[in-house]
Write a protein that binds this ligand. Structure first.
Ligand SMILES: [Zn+2]
Length: 212
């Protein structure tokens, strides 16, 4: 199955794709993670991407489209795209890529949550710089304070989490129109709830469509 997760920053896209991977062996792919890895390496692509991401902006379509095309070729038949496409032009690019690969999307999950709840969540969000696992100072604490359970390295705030107002504004302007664009494939998941409740709604939808 091929899935897309659409939702504002902090709506749980990363956590939901991790659970899809761990429990149903669905490969997840976040363009943002690839870009962050390139930034860390200090590559040309990374430097270019950082100039956009650090300010809470999206990287240009040609950059992300190239990454996605290469990656989708590698991935098998089951994957979830986390945070891509982010706007209509990217969705058009994805449509072309999928046409080339002779495949299509089954479900687009819209993770729906109120702005105020999001802001609360993002305030406490901390991530592992090594493995990318996301924790929360209240909702999903690491076993040892401030340290990743898996890598034992200090957790960090994501730089772009300081630009939440800008990111929300961009989300509503650029990304939210995808909900209409994908209206035939959209399943809305109410996301101001626990991680397990949120994941249960996703699992139910997959079962209903005969995908599990
Ligand atoms: Zn880690």
């Amino acid at each position: 199955m091929k899935l897309i997760l659409v939702g504002p920053p902090g709506s749980g896209k990363g956590t939901m794709s991790r659970l899809l991977r761990e429990r149903y062996k669905i490969t997840s792919f976040a363009v943002g993670d690839v870009l962050r890895a390139e930034i860390k390496k200090g590559s040309e692509l990374g430097k270019l991407a950082a100039s956009y991401i650090d300010k809470g902006n999206f990287v240009p379509n040609e950059v992300s489209g190239g990454i996605v095309k290469n990656k989708l070729r590698e991935l098998g038949d089951n994957y979830v795209l986390d945070g891509y496409p982010r706007n209509i032009p990217q969705a058009e690019t994805l449509k072309e890529i999928m046409k080339d690969l002779n495949t299509g999307i089954n479900i687009v999950f819209h993770l729906d949550i109120e702005d105020e709840a999001l802001k609360e969540r993002l305030k406490g969000r901390i991530v592992c710089p090594k493995c990318g696992f996301t924790y929360h100072t209240v909702n999903l604490k690491p076993k040892k304070e401030g340290l990743c359970d898996h890598c034992d390295v200090p957790l960090e705030r994501r730089k772009d989490d300081d630009f939440i107002d800008t990111r929300l504004e961009i989300y509503y302007r650029e990304t939210a129109p995808l909900i209409h664009y994908y209206k035939d494939k959209i399943v809305t998941i109410y996301s101001n709830c626990s991680i397990e409740e949120q994941f249960a709604s996703i699992s139910d939808a997959l079962k209903k469509k005969g995908l599990l």
